[in-house]
Design a protein. Sequence first.
Length: 167
Amino acid sequence: MKKRTILLCMAALVAVFAVGCSNQTDTSAQDGSSPPAVSQEQQTTLEDGIYSADFETDSSMFRVNETCDGKGKLTVQDGKMTIHISLTSQNIVNLFPGTAEDAQKDGAELLQPTVDTVTYEDGISEEINGFDVPVPVLDEPFNLALIGTKGKWYDHEVIVSNPEKLE
């Protein structure tokens, strides 16, 4: 519990000082694909639009790319929320909104990666995996399972918080 409180405090500080991940390229927008469908439970009080939002995980190995300052691009459309996150590499190949156990069941719809390009402070660019993650609720943890290049599923909890309108 203490760790979560510290993480939330750190996220609040990042939100105050960070400007978001403005140097990423989201190829899902370029190829015309849309974020995955989300359930009716995913209603929000945010008005439709694009926001920068904090994306926190329970693991230092599963996080957004350093160029993004801990943030993703939250899209709210018709009361449904989806956050686009750019990860640190291409080693995470799929995500699943739920548990690792559920991700392995027949009919489970896995989130497919996009190829995002980030540019680091030293000018080096890199292609990494990004994902459009359905957000059921803000400021509360929810389950997000991942599978990496080694083929093993892992359970994680993530929190999306501090949305700041961009458009």
